[in-house]
Ligand binder design. Sequence first.
Ligand SMILES: CC(C)(COP(=O)(O)OP(=O)(O)OC[C@H]1O[C@@H](n2cnc3c(N)ncnc32)[C@H](O)[C@@H]1OP(=O)(O)O)[C@@H](O)C(=O)NCCC(=O)NCCS
Length: 248
Amino acid sequence: MTPALANEIHVWLMEVDAPPPALLAEWRQCLDTDELARADRFYFERDRIIYTAAHWLLRSALAEAGGLPAAAWRFATGPHGKPHIDPALGHDALGFNLSHTKGLVACAITNGGEIGIDVELMEPRRSELDIAEHYFSAAEVALLRAMPAARHMRTFFRLWTLKEALIKTTGEGLERALDSFSFAFDPVAVTFHPDDAAEAARWTFSELEPSAHHAMALAIRQDTRRPMRLVTTRLRIGGDGQVVADRR
Ligand SMILES: CC(C)(COP(=O)(O)OP(=O)(O)OC[C@H]1O[C@@H](n2cnc3c(N)ncnc32)[C@H](O)[C@@H]1OP(=O)(O)O)[C@@H](O)C(=O)NCCC(=O)NCCS
């Protein structure tokens, strides 16, 4: 049990471009044989780097929250592939989720509920509206359409990351139709289709601005919603090639 996390969500994030080889080698030492095998299967080096950085970041965050060394954590997966901590380690209450995208890795840890995180690089798509019409709910498409075109990309990625954070929280992933729920803003809130106000009341969402080019959303589902403190640890690679932490 990790009392420090009782009413907290710990989010760790790191922008990653081309880490020094010595640092990458250090990160690899934390990974288990499955993770190393997965890392080595990526065709592009940039994908290997992001995967390795993400799994090192998660293990480092768990080490700080849960007291086991980074390399000691073992994982199992749920029915749709959501990873959780191996119950044999005795940290069942500790939940986490991991996300990586070009240039950024992030994870969230808590023992206050089920958690999901998503990060995306915000790069212009040929038509955000077409993608939205294909995947999002009618209400979300209407919300996008009502906006000036200059705001489409940002809003599209806000919706995308929120929707991914929700389906990653439940662990359903894309098994769940992305138009089976809608987000609205100011404040961020979800509506399920068909309507289920009791279920909607169990959810809390946060959006963070990890960089000028990335969107990030965090979701937590609690049987009884209570205030949670968000503690963000932002790592960066310093001039000496070592990782430096800024916490707030
Ligand atoms: C897992 C999933 C839900 C999200 O994937 P994603 O956004 O591509 O990737 P992310 O980097 O955010 O998350 C990947 C991590 O989530 C975790 N994960 C895997 N399956 C998961 C699941 N069912 N639920 C929650 N988390 C899961 C893993 O830790 C994984 O990391 P790993 O591959 O390094 O082990 C995936 O099923 C998915 O939906 N991919 C397609 C996304 C898409 O096309 N969305 C269209 C929206 S408009």
